[in-house]
Design a protein around this ligand. Structure first.
Ligand code: NAD
Ligand code: ZN
Length: 248
């Protein structure tokens, strides 16, 4: 029987990583020009125990935050192609991002289409009372001469509202990511080395639940063998035509 209605738009879940934002001028960690290949010590800046116990690491972190290119970055053709696919209505696009730069939202994807698995650099959280505030406010204090600003409420250490190594993910956000992954028709991993868990394991979960798994990355990932399609190349060039093909 044909009711005359077109079938519902498939759900495309996108797991994005730092490689999606390199063409916006934000370096990744593990790519050929990644921060960790240039400065092996940089890993300490995003490791919770070092951050909490070493004031010098915190001072370096605040200087890095102040100079972070992400605050001036604009979405690139990869982010824009994803937003275009969502707007076209040809697919229901849900992004699970490991990125903390907020560029998916700036590209025009609605807030409720983006799950920030690793948090956001645009907010600050207190490690004592949990209070949240704007990053811009904390950076203004750094500019005014405070090299390690503390919580105005309780005096504890402040950090960016990102998930550092050694911290657990927000269980509600992870639970929603798992649900989306289990229910999607297409799972696209883009610009991620798929080496950070539990984010990377979502690719395997998607494949086990019958989604079409597509990996788009310049370098091989541990999940390429499971994928239905592996696309190598620069994301800004290969992602727009790949997504346009999904609209047909
Ligand atoms: P990663 O650094 O481990 O891997 C990035 C991958 O992208 C690499 O394999 C690299 O070859 C590939 N890549 C880089 N530029 C590319 C391009 N233009 N085209 C195609 N491929 C490209 O990144 P990850 O898997 O996201 O894990 C890093 C962790 O660091 C995440 O937890 C994330 O939170 C954090 N991080 C975020 C940002 C950001 O928000 N933009 C930047 C750096 C690190
Ligand atoms: Zn506090």
């Amino acid at each position: 029987m044909n009711s005359g209605e077109s079938p519902p738009a498939p759900t495309v879940v996108v797991l994005s990583g730092a490689g999606l934002s390199t063409e916006s001028g934000i370096p990744d960690y593990r790519g050929p020009n990644g921060l960790w290949r240039r400065d092996p010590d940089a890993e300490k800046l995003v490791t919770y125990s070092f951050y909490m116990h070493d004031p010098e690491i915190r001072r370096r972190s605040w200087r890095m935050r102040r100079d972070n290119p992400a605050f001036r970055a604009r979405p690139n053709s990869g982010h824009e192609a994803l937003a275009r696919l969502e707007r076209s209505g040809a697919a229901r696009v849900r992004v699970i991002t490991q990125n903390v730069d907020g560029l998916h939202q700036l590209s025009g994807l609605p807030d409720d289409a983006v799950l920030e698995l690793h948090g956001s650099i645009r907010s600050v959280e207190c490690t004592g009372c949990g209070a949240r505030s704007a990053m811009a406010e904390a950076l203004a204090r750094v500019d005014a001469g405070e090299d390690d600003p503390d919580c105005r409420g309780c005096g504890s250490i402040l950090k960016s509202a990102t998930v550092m190594f050694g911290q657990s993910l927000d269980p509600d956000v992870l639970g929603e990511a798992v649900r989306l992954t289990q229910e999607c028709e297409v799972f696209l991993a883009v610009g991620t080395s798929l080496q950070v868990q539990p984010a990377a394991s979502l690719a395997g979960l998607a494949a086990r639940h019958g989604a079409r798994l597509i990996v788009v990355n310049a370098e091989p990932t541990p999940y390429d063998g499971l994928a239905d399609q592996v696309v190598r190349g620069s994301i800004g060039q290969v992602l727009p035509p790949l997504l346009d093909a999904l609209r047909r």
